[in-house]
Design a protein around this ligand. Structure first.
Ligand code: ADP
Ligand code: ZN
Ligand code: ZN
Length: 745
């Protein structure tokens, strides 16, 4: 038996993996993830390494392969646990061990350590004063200035001396050579948020909050580790509940990870955690440099913080004694990685918690079908919070039929009712938010007159218009020519629906010239911190109306917002992908939850051409339970997750015909392999063009496979991939496999 061992996991060059022979006496002990002691380098220095994988064969000259000296017995280190997690991710999600390792291990890149330098006075006061006089006599002004400063304060910040005292490096070096001072350096961790003297806000928990907290704490106290699903309406006070749970874990000397989608990681949210946990909290976000991120990871490992907040990647914080993982907005698609390994943070968190004896709390106002299904099956503990914490009434929601608007002569994108309520808000000095679905108004074809949407006759999803002018189904590949006349009512008001935030901003400004309008989208918030700054301005009521993509809806708490308008939801309603309805429901819930957060009652308007759509009505009524029942039945019937796994194999390359051919070839090979195991249930859809057909001059195709995503299936896909690569087809296409897909590639 042989073992792959990485020696230095701290550095960028993780691709150095060495093979070692496992001596017979250790054969039954060595596993992936274990820390071992191995001879390394020319001098065979005894070095600690980590086993990343085991194999029966050796890729090198066997006579030169060294032997593992021993298993490191000094406790199970956090690295070993994370490497074991990486091994699980590789087997579950595919890709290479290195890709998984690079995902889970904190990696130090070169020259990342910010060194803080200081100057220390080496001579006593008396000598110092003499020296000062000497410099003054010689008219060495800079030296004198530095000397005087050092006499005031024997330890000076290097940067301060350089910038504030305006002293050059040459002068400092001269004094250093005269042994007047020493330059010391200290490695500093960079904490991205500075906890000023912030006060904890006292609140009295609601009954529902108390019940959830008690349930968790009692279990935790009794050593019971579970997965909890906290289903609480927006504003029910979930964050307060998380913090209380975290407190009880921290009180036991353990640490907690809080995952929050990046976009919801606002200053407001972060400050709440700081107020509670002071500088025992650290935050990880994509704006940190690689070096800063590494520092935060090291602080966590060294026990300097108890709570790490961050998006998906914060899951891999190397806490030595992890007690709890909280995943807020558990249903968010951003928890699924778009890069190999294509892991899902929820599933991976469950795995990590299980092996490290931690609990998991999933929170959402609109839990994913998967999570709620498991909760109802008793796999997770379900905790409900149905009321807003300040007992505000939920917003009144109206759906507006845009077909009627047209009939009544209103061709504007803003319905009459929405305009009336917006006007009222302006008069009352209250605020309005208009949300536009990000994928925005593109692709599908609908009739403005009757609302009819052109759909695939086989799949019940909308057809999309392609470059060649044809309309196609992304699921089954069905195509037809572009329609010019509505097949339902004969109107020629049919076409692709497109509008972006900029157009809507213009329209709003024209209708309400007196209003101060803020646009929030990827363009306007691209600059660093622009997002935060614009939100803060809106919070200070420097704007009356915000026009934004749904992205900005997350985690916002503005007291003056009493009206929310939802535009362009139809494109999502008819979007491809089995999650479309789930997305619509959660989006509307999220957005409506922004309205009427304080004393004044809130309103929400949903504009649609399909007002009878049951999903819209359930969303307007904010009836999650009814929605769940309906949606889960549909998933069962159509065989979608959680009732089956979905594996997507994506193909891409510069020549469309070759990419299509490669996909077809893979499909044939898969069919042949599967035929040898007739008892393995499997359904292959496609090949079809990818959801985005062309990216960077590369065409994309995909195969969608419905299956039970177990080891047998994964092996089957791996074998097929092997066969496919062996064939070395002349048609070159890059293949990616997403074992647990959401249907996109
Ligand atoms: P959620 O995460 O469920 O949307 P939050 O935890 O953000 O809810 O709470 C919404 C607002 O209500 C926050 O400003 C929070 O401080 C406040 N809040 C939460 N619980 C209470 C409570 N028991 N009493 C008073 N205010 C509360
Ligand atoms: Zn029509
Ligand atoms: Zn179809």
């Amino acid at each position: 038996m042989f073992a792959d061992v990485i020696i230095d996991i701290q550095h960028e060059k993780l691709d150095k993996i060495f093979q070692y022979r496992i001596p017979e006496r250790l054969e039954h002990e060595v596993e992936a993830g274990m820390a071992v002691v191995v001879p390394f380098g020319k001098g065979n220095r005894k070095t600690k390494g980590y086993v990343t994988a085991l194999s029966k064969t050796c890729d090198y000259d066997i006579s030169k392969v060294k032997e593992i000296a021993d298993i490191s017995r000094s406790g199970v280190e956090i690295e070993a646990k994370l490497i074991a997690l990486a091994a699980w991710m590789k087997s579950n999600y595919g890709g290479t061990m290195l890709q998984s390792l690079k995902t889970v291990l904190p990696i130090k890149e070169k020259e990342n350590i910010k060194v803080k330098k200081r100057l220390r006075l080496l001579i006593d006061r008396e000598t110092g004063e003499k020296q000062l006089h000497y410099y003054l006599e010689k008219n060495q002004k800079a030296r004198a200035r530095l000397m005087a400063a050092l006499l005031d304060d024997q330890l000076l910040d290097y940067e301060l001396v350089r910038k504030k005292l305006n002293i050059t490096a040459t002068v400092i070096r001269a004094l250093e050579e005269q042994h007047v001072l020493a330059v010391e350096s200290e490695q500093v961790y960079r904490n991205p948020v500075h906890a000023e003297n912030i006060q904890k806000k006292e609140i009295i928990y609601t009954q529902e909050q108390k019940r959830a907290i008690m349930r968790f704490c009692k279990d935790y106290e009794n050593g019971i580790r579970k997965t909890y699903l906290l289903h609480g309406v927006t504003g029910s006070g979930k964050t307060e509940v998380y913090m209380e749970m975290i407190q009880s874990v921290v009180d036991k000397g353990k640490q907690a990870i809080v995952l929050i989608p990046e976009i919801a990681l606002t200053y407001q949210t972060v400050m709440r955690f700081y107020r509670r946990f002071k500088d025992r909290v650290s935050v990880m976000n994509s704006r940190l440099s690689a070096g800063e991120r590494y520092d935060q990871m090291m602080r966590a490992k060294a026990g300097e913080v108890d709570v790490m907040i961050g998006p998906r990647s914060a899951l891999f914080t190397p806490f030595p004694n992890l007690g709890l993982i909280v995943i807020d907005e558990e249903h968010e698609p951003t928890y699924k990685s778009e890069q190999t390994p294509r892991y899902h943070a929820r599933e991976t968190a469950l795995r990590r918690a299980q092996t490290e004896g931690a609990s998991v709390v999933l929170g959402s106002a609109t839990p994913s079908m998967e999570a709620m299904y498991r909760a109802k099956n008793g796999e997770y503990v379900l905790m409900e919070m149905k009321n807003r914490s300040k007992m505000q009434d939920p917003a009144e929601v109206y759906t507006v039929d845009m077909r009627k608007e047209l009939k009544n002569g209103n061709r504007s994108i803003l319905s009459e009712q929405l305009q009336r309520l917006m006007k009222e808000r302006l008069e009352k000095k209250e605020q309005t938010m208009l949300f536009l679905n990000r994928r925005g108004y593109s692709g599908f074809v609908s009739c403005r007159e009757c609302g009819h949407v052109i759909k695939c006759p086989h799949c019940d999803v909308s057809l999309s218009v392609h470059r060649d002018g044809k309309m196609r189904c992304h699921y089954c590949g069905y195509e037809q020519t572009h329609v010019k006349i509505c097949p339902e009512c004969g109107s020629d008001h049919i076409g692709e629906f497109r509008a972006g935030t900029q157009q809507i901003e213009e329209i709003v400004k024209t209708v309400f010239p007196q209003a101060r309008v803020l646009r929030m989208d990827q363009d306007s918030t691209a600059a660093k911190d622009a997002h935060e700054k614009l939100l803060a301005k809106f919070a200070r009521h420097e704007y009356d109306i915000m026009v934004g993509t749904q992205m900005v809806a997350k985690g916002l708490d503005f007291e003056d917002v009493t009206l929310v308008g939802v535009l362009g939801i139809d494109s999502l309603l008819f979007a491809q992908g089995f999650r479309a309805y789930e997305t619509v429901f959660s989006l509307i819930t999220q957005v409506v939850g922004r309205s009427g957060r304080a004393k004044d009652p809130g309103f929400a308007i949903i504009q649609t051409t399909d007002p009878d759509n049951p999903v819209l009505n359930l969303a307007a009524a904010q009836d999650y339970d009814a929605f769940f029942e309906q949606e889960i039945a549909y998933r069962k019937l159509g065989l979608y997750p959680p009732f089956c796994g979905l594996c997507v194999v994506g193909f891409s390359g510069p020549k469309e015909i070759e990419v299509a051919r490669a996909a077809a070839r893979f499909s044939a090979l898969l069919g042949r392999q599967a035929a040898q195991q007739p008892d393995l249930p499997l359904r292959v859809l496609g090949p079809t063009p990818g959801n985005i057909e062309k990216i960077n001059e590369n065409y994309r195709y995909k195969l969608t496979i419905k299956c039970r995503a177990d080891k047998r299936f994964r092996d089957l896909v791996r074998q097929t991939l092997g066969l496919y690569e062996q064939e070395k087809l002349p048609s070159k296409a890059t293949v990616v496999v997403d074992m647990h897909s959401d249907g996109d590639i």
